[in-house]
Design a binder for this molecule. Structure first.
Ligand code: A3P
Ligand code: MG
Ligand code: MG
Length: 377
């Protein structure tokens, strides 16, 4: 019986891992000099249309339009009648990035026979954001699947049981509040550099513009992609990714405790997400509990680490970056076999070390044949 066979071929459970096969997430180990993080360079981009189809172009890129001093943004508008929600039960894994790589292989060729792409790691920016915030995360663990193909390590997230339960049991209020972030984008972004936002249109969360950047963290050469909300509309703006802007919403702040929580938890996630691809500016809409935007504030990504230093025992960028660097080193020394059908599943839960299991020809295999054929062929 195939099911049993698959189970029998499963790797040793984590209880059998020796200390050298686990990785600590304790902050104290990562509080050292900031690692080398090269300025991220945009090497391409792609778009996903309203049907979630891939296009090797910038058709979904939008342009920032600065709101008035006291804008009248009601983020609840259109939730019931002008909202098309992406099906987040469909797991796309790395497929869109792999399509981009095949369409742009000529830009990546290296002379290295062992690693023809000349890149150590391919992944989504969002997966790296989770790694950066791991030393400070107390709620949600993660599962990251890694396969090695032609010398390059591919990292793709697997939804945890808790994340699936949370997703399937969201309240109607939570569902609506997730829409508010996209509605804020619609109020502040136009389809053309000279255009104005169309707040009467449909919000379709299938649509996305993604930048593809290359950089290096310590000795690790990275290629990753991340969704970009919009860019500066001026033609005088700097080249990408420096012209990109991240849009965010957050609850308005009344008390010192609320401000402290905003610094400790929200700004950590906002900083990690934008620092990775080199997005310099975050425009935040602070809203009341009824979805009315009461204030719009701009944060410079590079100044967030100064801003949070007023907090006692706050998060440190260097801990985030060193942990990510050490995790990637841990992956390199662990994933020795070059085989797209073999998945090393790295697993982390709050208050525990990182562990892994291995799975051959299992439901975790994520590199599709159409990609493997083109890379090895
Ligand atoms: P806000 O973050 O402004 O609330 P992003 O900010 O990354 O461009 O994402 C746009 C919106 O998608 C978010 O707006 C939020 O509503 C929703 N979103 C992003 N990441 C999410 C996650 N991990 N879980 C649930 N919703 C998420
Ligand atoms: Mg976005
Ligand atoms: Mg955003």
């Amino acid at each position: 019986d195939r099911g049993n066979e698959m189970h029998a071929r499963r790797a040793r459970p984590s209880e059998c891992l020796s200390p050298s096969q686990t990785l600590s997430v304790s902050r104290q180990f990562y509080d050292r000099d900031f690692p080398v993080y090269k300025q991220p360079v945009e090497i391409g981009y792609f778009s996903l249309d309203s049907k979630r189809n891939f296009w090797n172009d910038a058709r979904q890129l939008r342009y920032y339009v600065e709101p008035e001093r006291c804008p009248n943004f009601n983020l609840r508008d259109g939730y019931h009648d002008r909202f098309v929600k992406r099906d987040d039960g469909i797991k796309e894994k790395l497929d869109h990035i792999l399509k981009w790589i095949l369409a742009n292989k000529h830009k990546l060729q290296s002379r290295d026979a062992i690693c023809p792409l000349g890149i150590d790691f391919v992944t989504w920016r969002g997966h790296l954001t989770k790694l950066l915030t791991t030393p400070y995360e107390t709620q949600d663990g993660w599962l990251l699947a890694v396969s090695r193909l032609a010398g390059t390590f591919y990292i793709s997230e697997v939804e945890t049981e808790k994340a699936r339960r949370d997703r399937e049991n969201r309240t109607e209020r939570h569902e609506e509040m997730m829409y508010w972030g996209y509605k804020f984008e619609q109020y502040t972004c136009a389809d053309d550099a000279q255009g104005s936002p169309d707040s009467g249109g449909v919000v379709n969360t299938n649509e996305a513009f993604c930048t593809v950047v290359q950089t290096r963290l310590s000795e690790h050469k990275l290629l990753f992609s991340g969704e970009v909300d919009c860019r500066e509309a001026s033609s005088c703006a700097p080249a990408a990714p420096a012209c990109y802007i991240e849009m965010k919403t957050s609850a308005e702040i009344h008390t010192p405790k609320q401000r402290s929580n905003f610094h400790r938890y929200k700004l950590l996630k906002w900083w990690a997400q934008s620092f990775l691809p080199g997005v310099p500016k975050i425009v935040a809409g602070f809203r009341d509990s009824d979805g009315q935007v009461v204030q719009v504030e701009t944060f410079k990504t590079s100044q967030i680490s100064q801003l949070i230093k007023t907090e006692y025992n706050c998060w440190k960028p260097t801990v985030c970056m060193n942990f990510c660097s050490d995790f990637l080193s841990f992956v390199k020394k662990t994933v020795k076999e070059d085989d797209p059908k073999l998945v090393y599943l790295f697993s982390w839960e709050p208050h525990k070390d990182v562990t892994f299991t291995t799975h051959r020809d299992s439901e975790y295999t994520f590199l599709p044949n159409w990609f493997v054929k083109e890379i090895t062929g």
